[in-house]
Design a protein around this ligand. Structure first.
Ligand code: 5GP
Length: 210
């Protein structure tokens, strides 16, 4: 069985990544969504162990020191990170793992696992992003301003990603992401065994023909 694809999804706050990921895991089999750890306070309705593992800063730092985080970053004053064990177990079991993380984390993952897939989700325009953030009603105007400022920085890093996903039509986007993940299974880096086999056989044939 081949290892699953590690797909990293980033995008501006308010781009609709959460909804996309929920739909992707609902509509298709073989996806595992990694639950991150954060020091940010839960929003109304968020449950520990479902949206995030909510911890204090001391616990978060301990996990880093114990080498139990695959990556981590500080975003708008809070720590966010990916617990290592779950991701490795799921990939080994052949499942595609989705990490919904910001850009610093995405770049760390690319270094650690160069054959990962980096996707950047954006609304069709900056005006739509602003109105989505305001319409969500879960953040104060100060937090929205911080997140918009952060979006300016993040927009500088988009070129590091493999694909841009324009979140205009939800159904279409979910299909697009799924086909990108499927395609990533067939990059040469992920097909080393097949390549070795074919090379071996070809060598055998060419020797026979000598
Ligand atoms: P939010 O507070 O809106 O849930 O998340 C804020 C930002 O942190 C989002 O861009 C989200 O993708 C990112 N994020 C969530 N979990 C992680 C993580 O485990 N690692 C990193 N690097 N970023 C994360």
């Amino acid at each position: 069985m081949s290892r699953g694809v590690l797909a990293v999804i980033s995008g501006f706050s308010g781009a609709g990544k959460g909804t996309l990921m929920k739909r992707l895991t609902r509509d298709y089999d073989n996806y595992a969504l990694s639950v991150s750890m954060t020091t940010r306070a839960p929003r109304e309705g968020e449950r520990d162990g479902i949206e995030y593992f909510f911890v204090d800063t001391e616990t978060f730092k301990e996990r880093i020191q114990q080498g139990r985080m695959l990556e981590y970053a500080c975003y708008c004053g809070n720590y966010y990170g990916t617990p290592k064990d779950y991701v490795q177990e799921q990939l080994k079991a052949g499942r595609n793992v989705i990490l919904e993380i910001e850009i610093q984390g995405a770049l760390q993952i690319r270094k650690l696992m160069p054959d990962c897939l980096l996707l950047f989700v954006t609304p069709p325009s900056a005006a739509q992003l602003k109105s989505r953030l305001e319409g969500r009603g879960t953040e104060s105007p100060e937090v929205i301003a911080k997140r918009l400022a952060r979006a300016v920085e993040e927009s500088e890093g988009i070129e590091a990603y493999d694909y841009i996903v324009i979140n205009d039509d939800l159904e279409e986007c979910v299909k697009q992401i799924h086909s990108m993940v499927q395609n990533a299974r067939y990059t040469p880096a992920r097909q080393e065994t097949l390549i070795k086999e074919i090379r071996g056989e070809l060598n055998g044939f060419s020797k026979g023909a000598e």
